[in-house]
Design a protein around this ligand. Structure first.
Ligand code: G3H
Length: 239
């Protein structure tokens, strides 16, 4: 089975209402007829999902959220449930990003959020990745393996994994293609043949070709370079 590449932009805490027509800008630069072989996803801040869906819901660009709460509803001031995000127009949700793990989200928390996401028909993108210290001490695969085992509910289907070495996020440093190849092979062994495995961490037009041509890399989770539609389209063209 050939896995359709997924090019996903995580806008993190960037953007405002004036960004809601960016999917149109993307479609102008890289028209849908030229990219039927891949999926393009934008994960804006949650407040922009609904207006973006209203404005650009007719484009083929998927929308996603950046997290969801682990309860279905309740007294959780400031939080958003998976169902709310789905009803606002999200198709995917990023879970377990290292920027959220750093705020205290454990793999056990992430596993519950994955269950909530699936109940709301959202496709979870589950992030895993090691710190520089863990890589340097030779523990990268063990760390990622433990995160996978603890974050994935039993029997989970239709999900995406994003491998993001923490030290490569927003730093301009990327893992070498050999290291990415080795880690993606390892993850493939854990999740089987039908799961898309994205690479994330300072992906940009200049390095996208080398990273996206690695056999078990099925797309990218892009931060900084996904804020501008020109660079996002340039990366997508290389997928
Ligand atoms: O979710 C995206 C990643 O954290 C990568 O961010 P970056 O491309 O800015 O390094």
């Amino acid at each position: 089975m050939t896995l359709k590449p997924l090019i996903a932009a995580n806008w993190k805490m960037h953007g405002d209402m004036s960004w809601c027509d960016k999917p149109y800008d993307f479609a102008d630069i890289y028209p849908p007829t030229e990219r039927e072989h891949l999926d393009v996803l934008i994960c804006p801040p949650a407040v922009l999902i609904f207006p973006m869906m209203e404005k650009c819901g007719g484009t083929d660009i998927w929308l996603g959220a950046q997290t969801c709460h682990k309860e279905k509803k309740g007294a959780h001031t400031g939080e958003m449930s998976a169902e709310m995000l789905a009803s606002a127009g999200a198709d995917y949700v990023i879970l377990g990003h290292s920027e959220r793990r750093a705020m205290g989200e454990s793999s056990a928390d992430i596993r519950v959020r994955v269950e909530r996401a699936k109940e709301a028909d959202l496709i979870p993108i589950i992030c895993v990745g090691e710190s520089l210290k863990e890589r340097e001490s030779g523990d990268a695969e063990a760390v990622v393996g433990t995160q996978l085992k603890a974050s994935l509910p039993e029997g989970l289907t239709d999900y995406v994994i994003a491998y993001e070495p923490i030290w490569a996020i927003g730093t301009g440093m990327t893992a070498t293609p050999d290291d990415v190849d080795a880690m993606h092979r390892f993850i493939r062994g854990e999740v089987g043949p039908n799961v898309r495995i994205l690479y994330g961490g300072s992906v940009k037009p200049a390095n996208a070709k080398a990273l996206l041509s690695i056999p078990d890399v099925n797309g990218a989770l892009i931060g900084g370079a996904g804020l501008e539609m020109e660079s996002l389209a340039e990366i997508a063209r290389l997928a």
